[in-house]
Design a protein around this ligand. Structure first.
Ligand code: SIN
Length: 486
C-alpha cells in the first residue's frame, strides 16, 4: 500500500509572482478525499483581486520571458521533466488523495504529464531555427516569417487529470515564451501547487507561472478575461462552460483553445480480434473510472460478436477490484464527488426504468467515499438520456449494429466529435471507418490514444484547436510577417 508524503503546508497558498501568498480574505477551501468523503487539506481561496494580481505578475515578466533564449527555456522544461519523474511517488500520492485515482493509474498520469515537458523542451530549442526568409514574387523585397508568443495566457484545468491537463497547457505555453495564470479545479488544487514548486525549482522565473485556486471561478475568470492584457485562454472542461467562455473571449477577440465534452463511440466489428477489442474497450471505458472526455461512451458491437463480447466484458468487470486508491491492486476507485455519482446513477436509473437491461452493477455502493460499481447496460431504449449524454462514470452502454454504414451514421449522430475507437482486423475497413467518423481522434485496435507527441482535440462541439503534438506549440504562437526592402 502506498503512503502519502507529509503535506507541505506552505504549498497550500496561492502562488503569485514567485511567492506563496494567502488570499486577500484569508479564507480557505477544503480538499476532500473522494475515498473517504473527508477534508484532508485546506488551500487559500483566491478572490477576484488575487486573480488580477496573478495576471499583473504574468504581464510584468511577459517581455523578459519571451526574450529569454529558447535554449534556456528548453533546458528549464527538460529539468521539469526530470524533476516530475524523480518525484513520481509524491505526485501520484497527491493525485490518489485528491482525485481518488487508483495508484497504478496515478503513476501513469505522472509519466504522461512529464512527457509533455520533455516533448515541448525538444520543440522549444528549435523555435527560432524554424523561421523563413524568402523573396516576394516580383523580387522587390524579402518576406521574413517568424513566430512570437501569443502573450499572457489563462489556463483552466479540470479535476479528472490534475497533473496532465496542467502539463499539457503549461509546457507549450512556456516553450513558446508565454507567461501564465493557471486556475486548477478547486477539487484538485494540490497537484498543481506542487507542480508550481517544481517549475520554480527548475528555474522558471517569478511571475511566469502563477497558480490561483478559487471557489469563485466564474467571477475570477471573467475579470481576467475582461482585462485586455490577457491574450489567450486555454480551457479543458464541459461544452456548456466552454460556450460561455467563448462568448467572453469574443469581447476581446482573444486567442482560444477549447478541449470540451465528448461522447466517444467505440465500434467492434465481427472480424475484430475479440481479446484485443475487450482489452481496448476495458481501457477506454474504465480508465479513471470513466471520468475522461475520451472515455468510450457508446460501445457498438456488431450482431455476430455481440453475445460473446458482452459476456466476456461482464466477466472482466466482475473480476476487477474496487477500493482504496492507494492499494496497488485497485482498478476502480471512487468517483470525484457525490454530485458526480448521483449524476451517473440517475443516467442508469433512467435507462433501466425505460426498459434497459443491467446485468452487472447499477447500485450505489454504500459506505464511506463516492464509490460506484462497474456497470453494463444493454437493450437501451431510444429515449434513454444516456444515449446522448457524456456519462463520466464506469458505466458501459452497449448497443448493437448490423452494417458499417449503419454504425457510421450512429457514431456521427451527436454534436460531439472528440475521440472514437474502431476494432477490426480488416485494415481497409479500419481506415475507411476512421476517415468517415467526424471526430478529432480515432484509435484503431487500441483503447488509449493520449500521447504528448500527438495532437489531442475535437471537432464539432468538442472544441477548438489541438494540444500536444506539433500543433500544441502553435496554439501559443502568433505568426509574424516582416517585409524587408534592402
Ligand atoms: C480528458 O479527459 O480531458 C483528457 C484525457 C487524456 O488526456 O487522455
Amino acid at each position: 500500500m502506498s503512503s502519502g508524503p507529509t503535506l507541505d503546508l506552505s504549498r497550500s497558498k496561492l502562488f503569485i509572482g514567485g511567492e506563496w501568498r494567502h488570499g486577500r480574505t484569508g479564507q480557505t477551501l477544503p480538499v476532500i478525499n473522494p475515498a473517504t468523503g473527508e477534508a484532508f487539506a485546506y488551500v487559500a481561496d483566491a478572490t477576484v483581486e488575487d486573480g488580477l494580481a496573478a495576471l499583473d505578475a504574468a504581464c510584468t515578466v511577459q517581455n523578459s520571458w519571451a526574450a529569454t533564449p529558447a535554449r534556456v527555456r528548453a533546458d528549464i522544461l527538460a529539468r521539469t521533466y526530470q524533476s516530475i519523474i524523480d518525484r513520481r511517488h509524491e505526485f501520484a500520492c497527491l493525485i490518489a488523495d485528491e482525485m481518488g485515482k487508483p495508484w497504478a493509474e496515478a503513476q501513469t498520469e505522472v509519466d504522461y504529464s512529464a512527457g509533455f515537458f520533455r516533448w515541448f523542451a525538444e520543440s522549444a530549442g528549435r523555435i527560432h531555427a524554424e523561421g523563413q526568409l524568402g523573396l516576394e514574387p516580383g523580387s522587390k523585397y524579402h518576406i521574413a516569417v517568424s513566430k512570437r508568443p501569443v502573450g499572457p495566457s489563462l489556463l483552466i484545468t479540470p479535476w479528472n487529470f490534475p497533473l496532465a491537463m496542467g502539463a499539457r497547457k503549461i509546457a507549450p505555453a512556456l516553450a513558446a515564451g508565454c507567461t501564465t495564470v493557471l486556475k486548477p479545479a478547486a477539487q484538485t488544487p494540490l497537484t498543481s501547487l506542487l507542480l508550481a514548486q517544481v517549475l520554480q525549482e527548475a528555474g522558471v522565473p517569478a511571475g511566469v507561472i502563477n497558480v490561483v485556486v478559487t471557489g469563485n471561478s466564474r467571477d475570477l475568470i471573467a475579470a481576467i478575461m475582461k482585462d485586455q492584457r490577457t491574450r489567450k485562454i486555454s480551457f479543458t472542461g464541459s461544452t456548456k462552460v466552454g460556450k460561455r467562455l467563448l462568448a467572453q473571449a469574443a469581447q476581446n477577440v482573444m486567442n482560444t483553445s477549447m478541449e470540451l465534452g465528448g461522447n466517444a463511440p467505440l465500434i467492434v466489428f465481427d472480424d475484430a480480434d475479440i481479446e484485443v477489442a475487450l482489452e481496448g474497450a476495458f481501457l477506454a471505458k474504465l480508465r479513471n473510472g470513466g471520468q475522461s472526455c475520451v472515455a468510450a461512451n457508446r460501445i457498438y458491437v456488431q450482431t455476430g460478436i455481440e453475445a460473446e463480447f458482452t459476456a466476456k466484458f461482464i466477466e472482466r468487470l466482475a473480476a476487477l477490484r474496487v477500493g482504496d486508491p492507494h492499494d496497488p491492486n485497485t482498478v476502480l476507485g471512487p468517483l470525484i464527488d457525490d454530485k458526480q455519482r448521483s449524476t451517473v446513477h440517475s443516467l442508469v436509473t433512467d435507462a433501466v426504468t425505460k426498459g434497459a437491461t443491467c446485468p452487472i452493477g447499477g447500485q450505489i455502493i454504500e459506505g464511506a467515499g463516492y464509490y460506484y460499481p462497474a456497470t453494463v447496460l444493454t437493450d437501451i431504449p431510444a429515449d434513454a438520456i444516456i444515449r446522448k449524454k457524456e456519462i463520466f462514470g464506469p458505466v458501459a452502454a452497449i448497443y448493437t449494429f448490423n452494417t458499417e454504414l449503419d454504425v457510421i451514421d450512429q457514431a456521427n449522430g451527436t454534436p460531439y466529435g472528440l475521440a472514437s475507437y474502431v476494432f477490426t482486423q480488416n485494415l481497409a475497413r479500419a481506415l475507411r471507418v476512421a476517415n468517415a467518423i467526424d471526430a478529432g481522434m480515432t484509435g484503431i485496435n487500441c483503447g488509449l490514444i493520449s500521447n504528448p507527441a500527438a495532437p489531442f482535440g475535437g471537432t464539432k462541439q468538442s472544441g477548438l484547436g489541438r494540444e500536444g503534438g506539433t500543433e500544441g506549440l502553435g496554439a501559443y504562437q502568433e505568426t509574424k510577417y516582416t517585409g524587408i526592402q534592402l
